[in-house]
Design a protein around this ligand. Sequence first.
Ligand SMILES: Cc1cc2nc3c(=O)[nH]c(=O)nc-3n(C[C@H](O)[C@H](O)[C@H](O)COP(=O)(O)OP(=O)(O)OC[C@H]3O[C@@H](n4cnc5c(N)ncnc54)[C@H](O)[C@@H]3O)c2cc1C
Ligand SMILES: NC(=O)c1ccc[n+]([C@@H]2O[C@H](COP(=O)([O-])OP(=O)(O)OC[C@H]3O[C@@H](n4cnc5c(N)ncnc54)[C@H](O)[C@@H]3O)[C@@H](O)[C@H]2O)c1
Length: 438
Amino acid sequence: MDSCQARHQGRHHCVPSSWRNLRQCWMCPKENIMFNAASFLENRELYEGYGLSAASELKLDFPTLKKNRDAYIEWLNGIYGGMIANNSMTLIKGWAKFVDNHTVEVDGKDRYTADHILIAVGSRPDKGGFEGDEYCIDSDGFFALEDLPKKVIVYGGGYIGTELGQILHALGTKVIQVVRSEILRIADDDIREQLYKLMDLSGYEYRKKTTIVKVEKTDSGLRVHLSDGTIEEDVDECIVATGRPANVEGLGLENTDIELTKKGHIKVDEFNVTTVPNVYAVGDVTGAAELTPVAIKTGRTLVERLFNNRPDLRMDHDLIPTVIFSHPPIGMIGLTESQAKEKYGEENIATYKSTYVNMFYSLIQDREKKPKNMIKYIVNKQEDEKIVGLHLIGKDCDEMLQGAAIAIKMGATKKDFDRTVAIHPTGSEELVLADPYV
Ligand SMILES: Cc1cc2nc3c(=O)[nH]c(=O)nc-3n(C[C@H](O)[C@H](O)[C@H](O)COP(=O)(O)OP(=O)(O)OC[C@H]3O[C@@H](n4cnc5c(N)ncnc54)[C@H](O)[C@@H]3O)c2cc1C
Ligand SMILES: NC(=O)c1ccc[n+]([C@@H]2O[C@H](COP(=O)([O-])OP(=O)(O)OC[C@H]3O[C@@H](n4cnc5c(N)ncnc54)[C@H](O)[C@@H]3O)[C@@H](O)[C@H]2O)c1
């Protein structure tokens, strides 16, 4: 929890410039390192084609990966700590609880008050809610693993379940992802179908429309009972990733007039003010898109408004680009085809789609085994084919989206993309070659 001191009020540029470098949470880089490790290994089968025979002997030393990853995160945290110290901020370490609308108590001892109080306590992993969920781990437990498990059940079809399942699979674990309905329901239907094809191609196992009924501990690991009647034996870890509720328990909100939404998030208005004046909330705890850049940008926007004389400034939640770091990654911005049809009417929506093989896979001899990227544009015919959604899946799509997102945020049409000359030979060139208008 951060509290802003009143002494900043009215001063211009009181946001330290080094804050602008604050751009990551610890979970994102931690998972990104695991994504990269998995990317090295998943390409093992390509080495031979590239004449890299020694590389096919590549072996994972998991404890070394974990040690180096954790050291990197510690180094990052040190940098952030330094930024706080160097900017004359006082950091009080401890668990915060409201005792009234404007007073916060830390670790049940010291009390603090301020003209402005910002709540940014994030979210926490859901437990699962089935018999034996105490034997399961969550994403924090995944990062604490000391060695690579042999067999894992991943429960949940969202970002975390899909990312962790895919990382473990690429590292060599036998993974079964169990999902209540579909994997990545938030994705566009065509992209999800392509994901399933790519998962099938890589031998990734998933069970759709299935839930976990019960988990038991046995001498040889976990026994997991699934709703389709099957039982998985000798499971080393069962990772639950069924969402992240707001972290409001123990925050003492009952001592305040701060209200929650029906879904249990802190209720805020468009300026991120809670139901108590001068108490603000940003990030996961508000139910905004649960993404690091969203939390950070909302915080910066609020600070600019309060202390930099920009009274009308508010966070813009429209067209937020996001990437799911599956293998391969999925990038998306804006509406899916079905959302766009619902919003603008079926007759006003057109789509452009392209599938292609990234040159990286060109030396795979069997055409059927070449993973295909897919790009899909959703455009509004009423507005000169303005792009209202862009969806990508495949190698390098994580890096391809950001530039396109700028253009789309500026209101680009499909023709604007078509007019742009391609950069050859890259995967990104498909963005301007996909089903071109001219
Ligand atoms: C495994 C995983 C991977 C992710 N990967 C990505 C990614 O690749 N890209 C991306 O954009 N987003 C990613 N996210 C989402 C991202 O981490 C969150 O959206 C982001 O961290 C939200 O920021 P926040 O400030 O709201 O909360 P947090 O970053 O969770 O920070 C909340 C802080 O408040 C502290 N806190 C809680 N309660 C109290 C209290 N009572 N007193 C004092 N302190 C308290 C917590 O300990 C924590 O330090 C990932 C999330 C997870 C779980
Ligand atoms: N790459 C990234 O940017 C990244 C990575 C990780 C997490 N995140 C953020 O963190 C958030 C939380 O991730 P998450 O994967 O925990 O949540 P999520 O909301 O993405 O997915 C939760 C999944 O669990 C399922 N589910 C919910 N309740 C269930 C139940 N009772 N039984 C069975 N299944 C159930 C949902 O259908 C969904 O498939 C994400 O929404 C995302 O915004 C982002």
